[in-house]
Every structure is written in structure tokens, then in C-alpha cells.
Write a protein that binds this ligand. Structure first.
Ligand code: FAD
Length: 446
């Protein structure tokens, strides 16, 4: 009989695992259980669906369940939730969410790719109607239906998803207020960068309230009607969007007795194997490793989930690929401002015991005489003792992500700022200045 792989979760990590296992083992039986109504969707596109750049939600789907069967011989069951894993009997109990019927499915190998769930802040009234989240396709459909032109929205949480959705809802004609409990937006960013981000939002009419906790969701007959801040101020609102971070969806794994670590993330080894020999886990549900410090980290991002899924799928099929860890490289765009970061912030670096300095520069993204240039602000976080680059952040034009990618490469290769300063980078007036902002920043940090 063919060996059977069951995968729990049918998006980035889960389908990467299933697809890689299929490639390595054409005769394996592969079954994916997905509790939502969609597989293989790009959650990262949801803010743009809500705002209207993406018209049809199906555009976010890379491959649907029918094509998975016909093209990859992977059987994906949507609306099926795995409610129990029995590692000793090697079987899962699965509930059909359309009929409530529970069935038992045996496996030889299991991959857990259950992703993350939104953090629900303990605020009175948070469970009322009219409080929304943006995690999966159904959430996106619900939020878009509620987001009427001239409506009012309060967003709780100034992370990347809160910011992207604030922009999109504002462009769709809603009046947007953004509340962040920390003193600044994206608090890992250099102070001046966070301030520039806040200014950009305010200039575009979004009301930004940093250092402001929400103490209550104001309700009438179970319907959310607004928020009250810890300062006692009330703001009426039609929609409350909670975007206060996520945590690993690891309850099933915990119930199955698997070891959990930071934030409740499933502990896996470098081959993505859990504490049980026949069970692998990948994506937002696992604890990760910081590539610089070697310590546990939790940075739930799309590329990491896809890569870990590929590795888990290959190893399920007998391989021994390893995942080396994360730098936490991220990028987001808020109106005309691109913001990207990689590695440690200065605060993190100091906390980790580095004698870390940070050096910031501002330089046009092309030759100063060439029209259309915009400033790039780059900040490097450097270990003073060794000159090693520990982190980099940038805000500015669309060239920022590329520059931060170069610096992520430099960190991965263990480069010092002297070595970065020697890089042979491109130059032509419409594309970059003679001395690229990366070179200017590195020379200043030496
Ligand atoms: P998920 O995508 O969460 O998938 C897990 C799946 O498992 C879900 O579909 C869930 O329904 C299913 N599931 C859970 N439990 C069960 C169960 N018991 N039975 C059956 N099925 C189950 N990352 C970036 O790198 N860049 C971005 O720009 C970016 N933007 C984002 C924007 C938004 C709005 C969101 C929500 C996320 C964004 N991310 C971004 C993060 C990225 O989408 C995630 O890191 C990635 O989707 C994680 O993939 P995953 O497969 O681990 O988990």
C-alpha cells in the first residue's frame, strides 16, 4: 500500500509541503485538510482586495482544490477541520464543517501547517458584532462587505497589516483612525523612520493615535459602535478592525502532546520535525530560530512559511534539508513610502549583548540631476567591536526593498561594514547615484 501523508492546513506552508512531497514521491497518497473554504490563497493580498485594487477574491488563489487533484494528484478537502491528532494510533479526527460529521483518517506521516490566529486583546466588548479581523479569505470578504464609502473605521494595532489596511480603506473613501498602544508605529523601526511613517499617514487624512490603549469597545445591543481610549475619549465607528498581531495556531499540537516553545510555537528541529518522529510542522505555527543570535524567534511571514513547507515536504519524503533560520526581513508600503527592515534593531542588538551602534544616512535614489529622484533613508545597526552588520532599515522610494535585500544578503554572509563598503554596486543616473546609499551608509558606519 502507498505511504500516506496527511497535511493540516492548505495554504502557504501546507501546500508547499504537499507539493514538494508529491514531487519527491510520486506514489505517495497525499491528503490536505483545510477548514476554510479556500486553499492556496495569498493572505498578503487581502488588504488590496478589501480596498478594491483586487476586484475578485479568487484572484488571490494560486491553485484551487480541483486543480490540485487534477494537476498534482493532491486531494484537498476544504471545510474540513482536524479536531484531534492521535500520534500513537497515527490518525486524525476530522470534522466536516458543512455536515458536522466526524471521520477518522490514518496517516504514515503528518505535517502540521495550521498557521497563526489573531491575538484578541482582552478589551471589554471585543466579541461584539462589528469587530473584524483580517487573517483569511472569509475575513476579507466580511470586511469588504462592511466597508462602505463614507463609513468610519477604527483600527486597533499599527503593525504592517493595520497600516496597509488603513491605506486601502482610506483610499476606498472611509474615514480611518489608527490606534497603537506603543509610542510609535512599527516600534522596531528607527525613531525618525516611525515618525516619517506617521507623518505620511496623517498627511493623507488618517488619524494616528500612538501611545493610546483602547479600554473598551462601545456597544449597543451587542453591536460595536465605537471605541473608548484609556484616556477616556470616545470615538464612534462603524467598523472596528483588530490588527494586534498573531500567535501560533498550536492548540491541536499541544493536545497531541507535542513540545511547544516561544509564544506557543511548535518546537521543530532544523529539518522541521517536531518532538514526534512522524510529525513535521512548518510556517506560522512553529517556533523559528533567529539567524543572528541562534535564539528562538517568532516572525510569521509568507516566504518563511513557503520555504519551511518545501523543506518539511522534502524531508517527509526521505530528504534531510535544513532551514537555517530567519532574519525577520520585512517590507511594507504605505502610500508613497516603502519601509523595509532586516536583522536586529538597535534595541534588540543591545538587549542581545552587542555593543551596537546605529548610523543613519539620507541620499537620493538616483543621480541628483536626474528628474524624479526621491530620498532613501538608510539606517545600519553595526557591532562596534567587529564591524559586523547586525541589522538594516530603510524608508523611501520603491528602491528601498532592493537595497534592504542587499543588506540582508550581507548579514547572511557575515559581512562587515568595511566589506560592504567595497561592494561593486551599479550606477547610472536614472537608476542609482554614483555612490549607492548602501555604500554611503557603510562608509559612515566604518
Ligand atoms: P496560514 O496562511 O495561516 O494557513 C494556515 C491554514 O491552516 C489556514 O488556511 C487555516 O484555515 C488552516 N487550518 C488551521 N487549523 C486547521 C485545522 N485544525 N484543520 C484544518 N485546517 C486548519 N507575509 C509576508 O511575508 N509579506 C506580506 O506582505 C504579508 N502580508 C500579510 C497580509 C495579511 C492580511 C495577512 C493575514 C498575512 C500577511 N503575511 C505576509 C503573512 C503570511 O500571509 C503568513 O506568514 C503565511 O500565510 C503563513 O502561512 P501558513 O501556511 O503557515 O499559515
Amino acid at each position: 500500500m502507498a505511504e500516506k501523508l496527511i497535511v493540516i492546513g492548505g495554504t502557504a506552508a501546507g501546500l508547499s509541503a504537499a507539493s514538494r512531497a508529491r514531487k519527491e514521491k510520486p506514489d505517495m497518497e497525499i491528503q490536505v485538510f483545510e477548514k476554510s473554504g479556500f486553499v492556496s490563497y495569498g493572505a498578503c493580498g487581502l488588504p488590496y482586495f478589501v480596498g478594491g485594487i483586487i476586484h475578485d477574491i479568487n484572484e488571490l488563489v494560486a491553485i484551487n482544490a480541483e486543480s490540485l487533484k487534477s494537476k498534482r494528484n493532491i486531494s484537498a478537502w476544504i471545510h474540513h477541520e482536524v479536531i484531534l491528532i492521535d500520534p500513537e494510533k497515527k490518525e486524525v479526527s476530522v470534522k466536516n464543517l458543512d455536515t458536522d460529521r466526524v471521520s477518522i483518517h490514518p496517516y504514515d506521516k503528518l505535517v502540521i501547517a495550521t498557521g497563526a490566529i489573531p491575538v484578541v486583546p482582552p478589551i471589554p466588548g471585543i466579541h461584539s458584532n462589528g469587530v473584524y479581523y483580517l487573517r483569511n479569505m472569509e475575513d476579507g470578504i466580511r470586511l469588504k462587505a462592511a466597508a462602505k464609502e463614507n463609513g468610519r473605521v477604527c483600527i486597533i494595532g499599527g503593525g504592517a497589516i493595520g497600516l496597509e489596511t488603513a491605506e486601502e480603506l482610506s483610499k476606498a473613501g472611509l474615514s480611518v483612525s489608527l490606534y497603537e498602544q506603543f509610542p510609535r508605529l512599527l516600534p522596531f523601526l528607527d525613531n525618525a523612520f516611525s515618525k516619517a511613517l506617521e507623518d505620511t499617514l496623517m498627511k493623507r487624512g488618517i488619524k494616528v493615535h500612538t501611545g493610546t490603549q483602547i479600554s473598551e469597545i462601545l456597544c449597543e445591543n451587542g453591536e460595536a459602535k465605537g471605541i473608548r481610549t484609556a484616556y477616556g475619549e470616545n470615538e464612534p465607528s462603524d467598523i472596528i478592525l483588530v490588527s494586534a498581531g498573531v500567535k501560533p495556531a498550536s492548540a491541536l499540537a499541544e493536545k497531541a502532546g507535542l513540545a511547544l516553545g516561544l509564544n506557543g510555537g511548535i518546537i521543530v528541529d532544523d529539518e522541521m520535525r517536531t518532538s514526534h518522529k512522524d510529525i513535521w510542522a512548518c510556517g506560522d505555527c512553529v517556533q523559528m530560530k533567529n539567524r543572528i543570535t541562534g535564539k528562538p524567534a517568532y516572525v510569521p511571514l509568507g516566504t518563511t512559511a513557503n520555504k519551511q513547507g518545501r523543506i518539511a515536504g522534502g524531508n517527509v519524503a526521505g530528504g534531510h534539508d535544513t532551514f537555517k533560520g530567519v532574519l525577520g526581513s520585512m517590507v511594507t508600503k504605505v502610500f508613497e513610502l516603502f519601509i523595509a527592515a532586516t536583522g536586529l534593531s538597535q534595541e534588540q542588538a543591545v538587549r542581545e549583548g552587542f555593543d551596537a551602534i546605529s548610523v543613519s544616512i539620507t541620499k537620493a535614489d538616483r543621480a541628483s540631476y536626474y528628474p524624479g529622484g526621491r530620498d532613501n533613508h538608510i539606517c545600519l545597526i553595526v557591532d562596534k567591536k567587529t564591524g559586523l552588520l547586525l541589522g538594516a532599515q530603510g524608508i523611501g522610494s520603491e528602491s528601498i526593498p532592493g537595497r534592504i535585500n542587499v543588506l540582508a544578503t550581507a548579514i547572511t554572509c557575515g559581512m562587515t561594514v568595511e566589506e560592504i563598503n567595497e561592494l561593486d554596486l551599479v550606477y547610472a543616473p536614472p537608476a542609482a547615484p554614483v555612490y549607492d546609499p548602501i555604500l554611503i551608509a557603510a562608509s559612515q558606519a566604518m
